[in-house]
Design a protein around this ligand. Sequence first.
Ligand SMILES: Nc1ncnc2c1ncn2[C@@H]1O[C@H](COP(=O)(O)OP(=O)(O)OP(=O)(O)O)[C@@H](O)[C@H]1O
Length: 195
Amino acid sequence: MNKSDMKGGVESPPFFLEAKNLNFSRNNEIILEDISFSGSFSGICLIKGMVGTGKTTLLKLIADIFEPDSGKVSLKYKDVESTKYFVHANPEFNFVMGNVQDEIKIAGLSSDKFDSYNNMDIDELSGGQLKKLSVLIAVESNKDIVIIDEPFEMLDDNEMMNVYETIVEKSGKKGFVIATHEDILDDVAEVMINL
Ligand SMILES: Nc1ncnc2c1ncn2[C@@H]1O[C@H](COP(=O)(O)OP(=O)(O)OP(=O)(O)O)[C@@H](O)[C@H]1O
């Protein structure tokens, strides 16, 4: 641990998310205009806001999927740019192989953790099952941070609680940046960005 990790004898949170004068447009329509914020966290950072305010766009900028028109956004882990795993809101976008076993293999994971899904084709799973599997694969990845767009969509109360527990249990071991309309993570989030 270097000296900068300690403030007054207490370890400071390892993740630092910062946006400075961030601007992003699509087809001549301004989606994000002069957005600035910053925050440190060790587990969960939430992005909240009404429908169409730009949460998905901001997540994709944070994940380096989109480039800002101007300004900057960065997500650091212990002072260096973090490695990131992005989970799309539409769960089908997270699967490219057609088969769960192959999907787990290309994510570099052991199939033991996914016993109940093994030997299944992606099109045999419901939207909710794919959503849950997307999150499970992401949290098992070796990336510093998991960026998830709407982890609770399509889930019933029971599955929502399962996904909540998976995220909370892993937070601290890795970081999460999550956009959601649900309030379930509000109490455990260390940073909340409202768009
Ligand atoms: N490819 C695109 N071209 C033009 N406009 C777009 C494009 N993608 C998104 N937008 C617009 O950008 C705005 C923000 O979209 P975004 O999906 O980031 O919002 P959101 O806050 O995630 O919405 P929701 O709560 O519905 O998930 C919306 O007005 C949307 O119509």
